[in-house]
Design a protein around this ligand. Structure first.
Ligand code: SAM
Ligand code: SF4
Length: 347
């Protein structure tokens, strides 16, 4: 398979990122996400995942992000990375078009051995998630029983995961390891400065995500959103920031500390949506494709997952028809329609 002609949707957006969920299950239960306890039936096989990634790469995807649920719970993660790495190193393979392979994880299972294996299997980047430094808050944000004790343990696990990643070749100074935090007004917004302090001390970029109305279970209300502007202002009061902008097709608007303390990214999908250049195709662990995080319905890819040509045609047709810009329309429409759940879609 050689590269296909550039694929454009109805708003002239190109497919550049494939986000593939490996499982809908999770070992945490963040109330803003509300993962399932079980996977849906019919998880994709390794061959199906590989075919999908190869076809997406042929259609223009440059980044593969493996997510979940918690992707480190999946026994497919390592073999999939290894198979992708073989393709990336094989002349003429469309997987050579992949410039970056990344994972998003809550870090609980990322010890030194797993970090080493992931690196050896060709993983380029890893983003870890942590929503609070204070133990009681961390437990609440992760849906853990046991209050401050279990929350403190989680914070230590994520710090250990950061260390494990760093000491196994994921260099935070080039963004190979980052830290995600969801900020909810009136819930963990007092953790903003402690999280920024921690990220500065650890030398990792902190990516602050506005609380989003994904799924139907988290009871999202607009007044629980701490906007990107407020997030930036609060941090700027402590450490002055200068804007670095948002890369085309990127999700985070980046800001640099003027004192040399690194940078932060702010993902403003509620207050400053970036649908205009959204380049992401999301595929669930059971093979449903979504072109928007807020979509109600996905497209079942499984009938085409045995054949490159059929799959390519299906994804091509799906992308060419694509018009979605939910986040930009949020203010104008009622949000009554059901959306797919976050842990199913993979963020
Ligand atoms: N379990 C992994 C983790 O937590 O990093 C990967 C999957 S998780 C769905 C991916 C990202 O989505 C995480 O950084 C999480 O904080 C974020 N997320 C989940 N629900 C969200 C929501 N309602 N609003 C904003 N971000 C959310
Ligand atoms: Fe699990 Fe990630 Fe969802 Fe938290 S955000 S429940 S860690 S999938």
């Amino acid at each position: 398979m050689s590269a296909a002609p550039l694929l454009s949707d109805q708003r002239n957006r190109h497919l550049r990122v494939l986000r593939l969920s490996l499982t809908a299950r999770c070992n945490l239960a963040c109330p803003y996400c509300c993962p399932d306890l079980q996977d849906p039936p019919g998880l994709l096989s390794l061959d199906q995942q590989l075919r999908l990634i190869r076809v997406a790469a042929r259609l223009g995807a440059k980044t593969l992000r493996l997510t979940g649920g918690e992707p480190l719970l999946s026994d497919r993660l390592l073999p999939l990375l290894q198979a992708v790495a073989v393709g990336r190193a094989t002349p003429g393979d469309p997987l050579q078009g992949l410039q970056q392979v990344a994972v998003t994880s809550n870090g609980v299972l990322l010890n030194a051995e797993r970090a080493r294996d992931l690196r050896a299997a060709g993983l380029d980047r890893i983003t870890l998630s942590l929503d609070a430094v204070d133990g009681a808050q961390a437990a609440r944000m992760a849906g853990l029983q046991g209050g401050a004790v279990s929350g403190d343990r989680l914070v230590q696990q994520v710090l250990a995961a950061l260390d494990a990643a760093r000491s196994n070749g994921f260099d935070p100074s080039i963004g190979a390891v980052k830290l995600n935090a969801v900020i909810q007004r009136g819930n963990n917004d007092d953790q903003l400065i402690p999280l920024a302090t921690l990220a500065r001390r650890e030398g990792v970029e902190l990516r602050l995500i506005e609380y989003m109305d994904v799924g139907n279970r988290n009871g999202w209300e607009m007044d629980q959103v701490l906007t990107a502007a407020e997030i930036v202002e609060r941090i700027h009061q402590c450490w002055p920031l200068q804007p670095e902008g948002r890369a085309v097709g990127g999700t985070a608007r980046r800001w640099r500390y003027t004192d040399g303390g690194g940078s932060i990214g702010v993902i403003a999908s509620i207050s400053a949506p970036f649908c205009g250049d959204c380049n992401r195709l999301r595929v669930t662990a059971d093979g449903r494709a979504y072109t928007c995080l807020f979509a109600a319905e996905g497209t079942d890819l499984t009938p085409a997952l045995h054949c490159d040509a059929l799959l390519e045609q299906l994804i091509r047709d799906l992308w060419i028809r694509r018009r979605d810009r939910y986040s930009e329309e949020r203010g104008a429409t009622s949000i009554a329609s059901p959306h797919a759940e976050m842990a199913y879609l993979g963020g």
